[in-house]
Design a protein around this ligand. Structure first.
Ligand SMILES: C[S@@+](CC[C@H](N)C(=O)[O-])C[C@H]1O[C@@H](n2cnc3c(N)ncnc32)[C@H](O)[C@@H]1O
Length: 241
């Protein structure tokens, strides 16, 4: 692994430059990404958690496993600030996937449309477990899918509902970790081998793992040292498998 400073954003580079992990604020890191250079963006962005399902500050999984909301810092990065940058760096005829809970869908959608994206699909991630809520127990998270420019011809396999087993217990590296298999599926449906994917808020980097498993290149950004280290550990372990 080569470690260097790229204009103040420390970047760890793996696999002869195919995988780049940047530690810092996405808005700084993205300045070094050329316009119209990225083939797909997948991200699970930071946002404030509201009380629905989190009233006691803990989530209870089946089997009484408890996840305390240790959380992560949002650093006040609003959707209207970073989504236009995602639009700038993406090539035309490419797809942007952004995860959301039920509360943030509307603001994310507005920022995407304001930035120039066209709405494609609302995908549902069925977590196969429920989280307590004031109303109906929640079982889904959402993935909003957009395109920049025209539609790219592709084989969209499966359906708009994706069953996903979330990492838990000892396998869990990040409080809101997403399943690699689901991201892998989106990457395979939307890109070709060797194309470049970006995750502006990579956390423990399941998107980077999905890129390695599918032969795509990857750039990920994470602001918190703890999660950046978790991302590095994941990628290092994978490349030594
Ligand atoms: C919802 S989590 C992503 C979790 C990831 N999908 C996973 O499976 O591990 C969002 C991440 O964004 C990071 N973050 C918050 N503000 C950021 C910023 N301004 N720039 C880059 N990363 C940021 C947080 O530290 C957090 O790890």
């Amino acid at each position: 692994m080569e470690q260097h400073m790229a204009d103040k954003v420390p970047t760890a580079v793996y696999g002869a430059g195919r995988i780049k992990l940047c530690q810092g604020d996405f808005l700084n890191a993205v300045r070094e990404v050329e316009s119209e250079s990225v083939d797909m963006v997948f991200t699970d962005p930071p946002f404030e958690l509201t009380s629905g399902g989190m009233k006691s500050g803990k989530l209870v999984y089946p089997g009484n496993e408890v996840f305390r909301n240790c959380g992560f810092c949002t650093k006040n990065i609003g959707f209207g600030t970073w989504i236009p940058e995602v639009y700038r760096v993406m090539k035309n005829e490419r797809y942007f996937y952004v995860m959301s809970n039920d509360r943030n869908i509307f603001s994310i959608h507005k920022s995407c449309i304001d930035s120039g994206f066209r709405f494609c699909e609302l995908l549902v991630m069925d977590k196969k477990m429920t989280v307590p809520s004031t109303y109906y127990p929640k079982r889904a998270e959402f993935i909003l899918m957009y395109r920049k420019g025209k539609c790219r011809k592709s084989h969209f396999l499966g359906s708009t509902v994706m069953e996903a087993r979330l990492p838990r217990g000892k396998e869990k590296r990040h409080p809101t970790e997403k399943p690699v298999s689901m991201i892998e599926h989106l990457i395979r449906c939307s890109t070709l081998e060797n194309e470049l994917c970006l995750d502006p808020f990579m956390g423990s980097c399941p998107a980077g793992e999905a890129c390695i498993r599918t032969g795509r290149r990857f750039i990920g950004v994470e602001i918190e040292q703890k999660w950046f280290a978790a991302a590095q550990d994941r990628i290092t372990a994978l490349l030594h498998e």
